[in-house]
Design a protein around this ligand. Structure first.
Ligand code: ZN
Length: 277
């Protein structure tokens, strides 16, 4: 079985092993049963294939020679590991085939599109100020709507926290996403944080909440401090009369199951462009 040293966006380096049929079976069963979100399932598979930390980088939770606890790792590093695992595991791993539907009304062409994981995705390294905060284990701060917001770098465990919040506060996804990373806001009781964010529910900020501009500033701030992989890609409709160019966020459904992607490709060829086969 192949193992490889994989460098992650924070500077951390880990050793991973190839994915096996057992994990492919696990992935298939987990997505069928729909237990937990797709991201959580991918975290589990990345965890199974992670052997040990080679170079810890700025994260004090990563210890050389031991297996990292993914919950305490940066989400940017997780995506780096996910893409690394795919490239390590499959012969044509850097080519990722996805199925797209042209968003052009009146076209809706369904076509296969190949993303080159090395060339088409931009890796963003961890900024030095973020690395320093991580090393010292302290939150970062930003002024939003006249208040000081203390928040953490994006971590894998935020996913689980956000899912819990989504269940508790249905229909308030944006506030849940922010809340999962905020440790405190000066002058706001921690029980009122959701209320401060979107003005919903009972509390001193009911009917107020952040403006869309404030929310955008906070989103940009989170993006600015994090490392990771920019997964926005550009695709072009394959229909000659259309050739519509559009941008989309890379779907991760088939990232660790090329077998199934191949099957859908065959289906696609057989069903659609039969004249070309
Ligand atoms: Zn089209």
């Amino acid at each position: 079985m192949k193992t490889e040293a994989i460098k992650l966006p924070s500077g951390m380096e880990i050793e991973m092993r190839q994915i096996t049929l057992r994990e492919e079976n696990y992935l298939a069963a987990a997505s069928r049963s729909r237990k937990g979100s797709q991201e959580r399932i991918l975290v589990e598979v990345v965890d199974k294939c992670t052997l040990s930390v080679i170079e810890p980088g700025p994260n004090p939770e990563a210890k050389p020679g031991t297996k990292p606890k993914w919950d305490n790792m940066l989400s940017g590093d997780f995506f780096g590991a996910l893409l690394g695992l795919r490239k390590l595991s499959y012969r044509e791993g850097k080519e990722y085939e996805i199925e797209l539907v042209c968003p052009n009304r009146g076209c809706n062409n369904r076509f296969g599109w190949v993303v080159d994981l090395d060339k088409d995705l931009v890796v963003k390294q961890l900024p030095e100020a973020s690395a320093e905060a991580l090393r010292e284990g302290r939150p970062l701060t930003v002024e939003i709507a006249g208040k000081t917001v203390h928040y953490n770098l994006g971590m894998v465990k935020d996913l689980a926290f956000q899912e819990k919040l989504d269940k508790k506060f249905p229909g308030r996804e944006m506030a849940c996403m922010f809340r999962a990373r905020i440790s405190k806001v000066d002058g706001v009781d921690s029980a009122d944080l959701m209320n401060w964010l979107d003005g919903e529910g009972k509390g001193p900020f009911s009917g107020e909440g952040l403006t869309s501009d404030d929310a955008e500033d906070l989103r940009q701030e989170f993006f600015r401090v994090d490392c990771g992989v920019d997964t926005e890609i550009e695709a072009e409709c394959t229909r000659t009369q259309c050739r519509n160019v559009f941008r989309l966020d890379l779907p991760f459904d088939g990232i660790l199951t090329p077998g199934r992607a191949q099957a859908s490709k065959r289906k696609l060829r057989a069903g659609h462009d039969s004249s070309e086969v």
